[in-house]
Design a protein around this ligand. Sequence first.
Ligand code: GDP
Length: 333
Amino acid sequence: MSRHDPATLADRIPQGDRRALARAITLVESTRDDHRRLAEELLERLLPLTGGSTRIGISGVPGVGKSTFIESFGRHVIDAGHRVGVLAVDPTSSRSGGSILGDKTRMQELARDKDAFVRPSPTGGTLGGVARRTREVMLLCEAAGFDVMLIETVGVGQSETAVADMVDLFMLLLLPGGGDELQGIKKGISEIADLLVVNKADVDPNAANAAASEYRSALRMLRPASDSWQPPVLTAAGLSGKGVDDVWAKIQDYRQAMEASGALAERRAGQARAWMWNELEESLIAAFKKHPEVARDLPELERAVTRGDLPAAAAARRLLKTFLGYSPSDAQD
Ligand code: GDP
């Protein structure tokens, strides 16, 4: 039997077999077509066992203290009787193969704990591809019994939205002195942040408290992401662990409020729909590029567009016609 047999993996993962989990993750992260099919079969088998975790996104600029925070937060949550998975969506790793988040030296303590699972971010591919794999690895971890999932990302650009789209709660870590960050908040982060934490509050507690009240008043001017929840602003210090208990308590309040109002179920349902459409888009583009005649015509048409000899829309229409076997504009008439 193959080491990637979905039925065997689906049996072993829920029993806490880490080797099976690691193999399944390799499968999910593989770009080979046969692996893809096995991964899909595996995910389908495991689906009834997924969805049971509190999914938490954690973001913030490099140096804000994310990995230090996750170490002590993870510790606290494990002490409270949970099992914690940590994954990362790292836009730098998809571009360069290197990464800000994923290197293995981070969160060493947590990584050694039997109740934790720390996975460096997958490298290569587009942000969309990395996000998809992270989402699927999250499902695998849930099936393996991890009931708190932390998805970390660096506070830049679209990766935050990608993470917000796969979690129940999105937490933003901030620095006490962050006048610039206040700008960032106004520019849309607040629309996806459900909880703000002014970190490194040990350095200057007064400054941290002052920053927290500034953020609070800035947030009051803005519309919260959900009607059931006004994002609170807390202070904490990941290094000493001070305040991580309040953060965990607040996350539980959030879960209760969002479950009671039905907003959590609604959010997950919306995410599931959006995932389906993302999958569809990615698969369509992949199938399109693999189509033999499209692959044959594409380079020349692309050159013609580049030279300015052919309008982009006309090239796209021709390629689509080749792909579909009929002209999409005819079909509309
Ligand atoms: P990341 O890039 O956001 O993951 O940040 P790190 O967790 O790697 O932390 C960056 C630096 O800030 C490290 O030197 C940490 O030791 C330090 N640091 C992290 N958290 C705290 C904290 O709560 N208080 C203080 N004083 N330093 C911290």
